[in-house]
Write a protein that binds this ligand. Structure first.
Ligand SMILES: [Zn+2]
Length: 314
């Protein structure tokens, strides 16, 4: 099996050509043009099994298999992983990373507590430098693990309330908490050098979101959180999303954040109008397949949005 390279280095181009020869025709093109093509095409490649690793920018990649999108950063001497899906999935990712670098995992981040983002934490048990999350995320992780009598859990060891910085060598990261949204503990993780922000489940790209009222979710505040995110990071930043609808990527830009914001605003409007008209929650569920003004949002699970908006507004 050919080795795939994540690491940006002097040999990056050759390595990337090994990654995605089937996607990119490089005949007659200069190195710079090929590199540009690779970036444009996001140098997607499949590896043996069921997962997909995709370059976002620089040394930042996404890993998709089962659960919320993992973002990760790899160089010769630094490894950062954001979210962990499930133990098998984290095992797959760690095996891939091990073929690229002998560095241990310096930093693990949990964007929030949900099991499809944290169940794989345990795979990092003996590997870890630092493990960071919002303070409410830690509380939620512990509460859910107790409720479900889960064993084999690995909790964050560093928590924060509003913001946090991390740096190692060339890597500079910042973490922001802008308030309750999808839960009461969702953070934005920002790779300053590569200008990439991991949104966790603050963005469900064109897919009906889970709005976890049992963990302090707040739709109106979620709108504000997305607003603050775009104001903080700007329009040139590339974003990673926890989930997407079929046919939509888990990577995007500030327009996608604005579209998510629009979904939530239209949901609030729709909920308000329905409640004012005396429509019951069950009636609304029976008669609603899309939220007016946000028809791009599709798939299963609109009832979860309706449950949440009725609860928030009633
Ligand atoms: Zn979630």
């Amino acid at each position: 099996m050919q080795r795939r390279k994540f690491i940006s280095s002097g040999s990056q181009l050759g390595a990337l050509l090994l990654i995605a020869p089937h996607l990119i025709s490089c005949k007659g093109k200069s190195s710079a043009e090929v590199k540009e093509d690779l970036i444009k095409n996001e140098s997607i490649f499949k590896s043996g099994g069921d997962f997909t690793i995709t370059n976002v920018a620089g040394n930042v990649w996404t890993f998709e298999e089962r659960g919320g999108t993992i973002g990760f950063y790899v160089t010769e001497d630094t490894v950062v992983v954001i979210d962990t899906q499930f133990p098998d999935q984290s095992g797959h990712l760690l095996a891939e990373i091990a073929t690229q670098t002998s560095s241990k995992v310096d930093l693990l981040v949990n964007t929030h507590h949900h099991g499809d983002h944290t169940s794989g934490n345990i795979a990092y048990k003996d590997l870890l430098g630092m493990h960071i999350a919002h303070e409410n995320s830690l509380k939620n992780q512990k509460r859910v693990a107790e409720e479900r009598e889960q064993k084999d859990v690995l909790y964050p060891t560093t928590t924060f309330a509003t913001d946090q910085k991390y740096s190692k060598g060339d890597l500079k990261m910042s973490f922001n908490y802008f308030g309750a949204a999808h839960t009461d503990g969702d953070i934005v993780s920002f790779f300053e050098n590569d200008n990439v922000a991991h949104m966790g489940d603050l963005v469900f790209n064109r897919r009906f979101p889970y709005i976890d009222k049992s963990a302090g979710a707040n739709i109106a505040n979620w709108v504000q959180v997305l607003d603050k995110t775009v104001k903080t990071y700007g329009t040139d930043t590339k974003y990673i999303f926890g989930h997407s609808a079929n046919g939509y990527p888990v990577r995007g830009n500030s327009e996608d954040l604005n579209a998510m914001k629009n979904y939530l605003e239209r949901l609030l409007e729709f909920g308000m109008a329905s409640i004012k008209s005396g429509i019951s929650l069950n009636e609304a569920k029976a008669s609603t397949t899309v939220i007016p003004g946000a028809e791009e949002w599709q798939g299963k699970g609109i009832e979860r949005s309706l449950d949440a908006v009725y609860q928030e507004l009633s």
